[in-house]
Write a protein that binds this ligand. Structure first.
Ligand code: BGC
Length: 711
């Protein structure tokens, strides 16, 4: 069907008619968020917009001061990190679909999302824009997301290709890493985005890989992306990621985007015309780029009368954000079944700044002008109605002079309430961003604990800012009925209070309906079903990027932990995390039984079918996310004790039992051998492990693979 859409003959005709200057106009920006057009031949600009949490506000063609009209408020979707906690492929599709529909509704051709880089350290500034520390989970959610976007005649632009897991020195940092880790950890989600998601565009990352900027890196863009994976979409540079005309042109970049308004001086503008005229760059290379751009235009039905028109701010889209937000809430701890709380409660204290602020309008390019945002405080009040007295106190603040009084006020309120809901964590408002900038230039230690989830900076440590640990401990002391809610796009250090609290909920930036979803979970209208997609370590030093590798490094950053990222490291080295990858509780309980594994080796493939029964043994309807890990019993190469290779999210009524089947192919058993430059499956024993997290393994079965596979 796609072939029919693309008029290859017409593309050739256009390419032959275009003058060099016109072709060059198409391969660089003519505005901060659009490529150049060719009026003479009716070739339009490609209009682009950020980003993962919704379609960003409108900018003038050549200025970063927003237009400021009232017509660009949109649906604010759960951040990518929140979406991932649902472990729900259908919801990933829905989120992409809402985003694509709204992008089209706002007249865009390319939406700069999703972010699919690997979360390598708890300190990564943009962790909230990424899915997980695990490549398989990221790939599984990225593919339906991309399909959801592109169904609306809008291109997804998966970013940032590749090995882009930090913000410090982001324009130039050189990643020193072994090829095996690149292949096993940092590339698989991009490969799936290309081969299964058919992502029409990809954004090249700022950083260097092995000494070369990603946008100039032939190995990455030509050898892997184009030749190995067969990518035929458009490669868009991150904004100012190109710094050399010839290198970027030859490496395969198609459109240069940047941050300044001297569009004619971009590397792919006048300097490119000059390079072609002087014989430095072949004109065929420009033709190749133009062909790809035209092909994208056909794929998006740009020349057709039937192009979808999109829409934004529909009530259906808001309902979808609520569906996603409900499943994104992760219940980490619930001793003595403190949760769900009773709706008959009389006096509720809601404490903490994150209960009462908006998160949508911050974080960098992912910022969104949200039509509205239900805060946790509003969500709780909306749910309880007029019979409960819900009072709010800030509890903590960045203002050193007010810190004591704000704390005292909260403690008084807590003492006089039936229950306390503390909502703290991290944030990324514009105000915090400037505080952070100031702190970086200040020598006062006190200021340095300002930590925000934002593009452009990594965090300085994992601690909760503004002495939140103190207030949490005080609240737990004065009122044992205190529920702790952490809202953050990255793991935070919970060690000083986690053992004192009975109920703990973790949630990332959860969209415009996030506060409602949280209240529904706290008061039992929704049974929580999210699970962690990133390990929460007890302390920062336990993280492999810090204990073995470097983070954030200097001019270079060494990824010496290699493939041992996240749980792969914790489980293999028996390091106890605070909360492990894949963990998340429900108000009901599940039982796993009767694992059966069937392996058939034929025609160079290992067809494996794993089935087991999942039973809801509690008294509430709920979802369980059953996870399948493999363990290579003996390998010539060091492998992690566990690697996620399958999962299913299953809905079960009380007492209900369902048979779950997960299929695996040879890739599930393979590792990348640098010596053989191939994926290898070695014959021998493999354990198939099924459980509710990477530590809670409920079923186990050993299989034997007879042959060696190399691919
Ligand atoms: C970010 C991208 C973003 C682009 C356009 C860059 O600074 O890294 O993720 O899409 O700006 O706003």
């Amino acid at each position: 069907m796609e072939k029919e859409k693309i008029n290859y003959e017409k593309i050739e005709e256009i390419v032959s008619e275009l003058r060099l200057e016109e072709k060059v106009a198409m391969v660089h920006a003519a505005g901060l968020f659009r490529s150049g057009n060719v009026e003479r031949l009716g070739i339009p600009s490609l209009y682009m917009s950020d980003g993962p949490m919704g379609v960003r506000n409108e900018f003038p063609n050549a200025s970063w001061v927003p237009v400021g009209n009232s017509d660009d408020y949109v649906t604010y979707l759960p951040s990518i990190s929140a979406l991932a906690c649902t472990w729900n492929r259908e919801l990933a599709y829905e989120e992409g679909n809402v985003l694509g529909k709204e992008a089209r509704g706002r007249g865009k051709d390319i939406i700069l999302a999703p972010g699919i880089n690997i979360v390598r350290s708890p300190l990564g500034g943009r962790n909230f824009e990424y899915m997980s520390e695990d490549p398989y989970l990221t790939a599984q959610l990225a593919v339906p997301y991309i399909k959801g976007v592109q169904e609306n005649d809008v291109a997804a632009c998966v970013k940032h290709f590749a090995v882009n897991s930090q913000e410090t020195e982001r324009l130039n940092v050189d990643v020193v890493i072994d090829e095996r880790a690149v292949r096993e950890i940092y590339l698989p989600a991009f490969e799936a985005a290309v081969k299964e998601g058919n992502s029409y565009s990809i954004m090249s990352a700022y950083n260097k890989l092995w000494g070369l900027h990603c946008s100039h890196n032939k190995w990455l863009l030509r050898d892997v992306l184009e030749k190995e994976w067969g990518y035929d979409g458009v490669l868009v540079s991150d904004w100012s990621a190109i710094s050399n005309t010839k290198l970027a042109a030859e490496a395969g970049m198609d459109i240069e985007m940047s941050v300044t308004d001297n569009f004619d001086e971009y590397f792919f503008a006048n300097p490119l015309i000059k390079a072609v005229k002087e014989g430095e760059v072949k004109e065929e290379l420009i033709d190749e780029k133009v062909r790809k751009i035209l092909k994208l235009m056909y794929r998006l039905n740009i020349f057709s009368e039937d192009r979808k028109s999109g829409e934004y701010n529909s009530s259906e889209s808001r309902q979808k954000t609520l569906d996603i937000a409900r499943e994104a809430v992760v219940l980490l701890k619930n001793e003595e079944n403190v949760l769900p709380l009773s709706k008959k409660v009389k006096k509720v204290a809601v404490i903490g700044e994150n209960a009462n602020i908006r998160h949508s309008e911050g974080g960098g390019s992912a910022e969104v002008k949200s039509l509205y945002e239900v805060t946790p405080l509003m969500g709780i009040k909306m749910l309880l109605g007029g019979n409960a007295e819900v009072s709010y106190a800030k509890g903590y603040t960045h203002d050193l002079n007010e810190r004591e009084s704000v704390k005292e006020e909260a403690i008084e309120l807590a003492k006089n309430s039936d229950i306390v809901i503390f909502v703290g964590g991290l944030k990324h408002t514009k105000e915090d961003f400037s505080l952070f900038q100031n702190a970086l230039h200040s020598s006062k230690e006190e200021n340095m604990v300002i930590n925000i989830d934002s593009e452009g900076n990594d965090k300085t440590d994992m601690k909760l800012p503004y002495k939140q640990d103190e207030i949490i401990n005080s609240l737990l002391e004065v009122n044992p009925n205190t529920v702790v809610v952490i809202t953050a796009g990255s793991p935070v250090d919970m060690s000083s209070w986690v053992n004192n609290c009975k109920a703990l909920v973790n949630v990332s930036y959860n969209g415009m309906e996030g506060g409602r979803a949280l209240a529904e979970v706290l008061f039992g209208e929704v049974n929580p079903s999210g699970k962690l997609t990133v390990t929460i370590p007890k302390k920062l030093e336990d993280s492999p990027a810090h204990s073995i590798g470097e983070f954030p490094g200097g001019e270079k950053v060494r990824y010496d932990e290699g493939i041992f990222v996240g749980y792969r490291y914790f489980v293999t080295n028996n390091i106890e995390p605070q909360f492990e990858f894949g963990h998340g509780l429900s108000y009901t309980e599940f039982k796993y039984e009767d694992i059966r594994v069937n392996v058939i080796e034929e025609k160079d493939e290992i067809n494996t079918e794993v089935s087991f029964n999942l039973i809801n043994i509690g008294d509430r309807k709920g979802y369980e996310i059953a996870q399948l890990y493999i363990n290579d019993v003996e390998s010539s190469s060091k492998r992690p004790t566990l690697e996620l290779k399958g999962f299913e999210k299953v809905s079960l009524l009380p007492g209900e039992s369902k048979k779950v089947t997960i299929k695996l192919d040879k890739k599930a058993f393979a590792f990348y051998s640098e010596d053989e430059k191939s994926w290898i499956v070695e014959p021998g024993e493999f354990n198939i492990l099924v459980g509710s997290s990477c530590i809670k393994i409920n079923l186990e079965e050993c299989i034997n693979i007879k042959s060696k596979y190399k691919f």
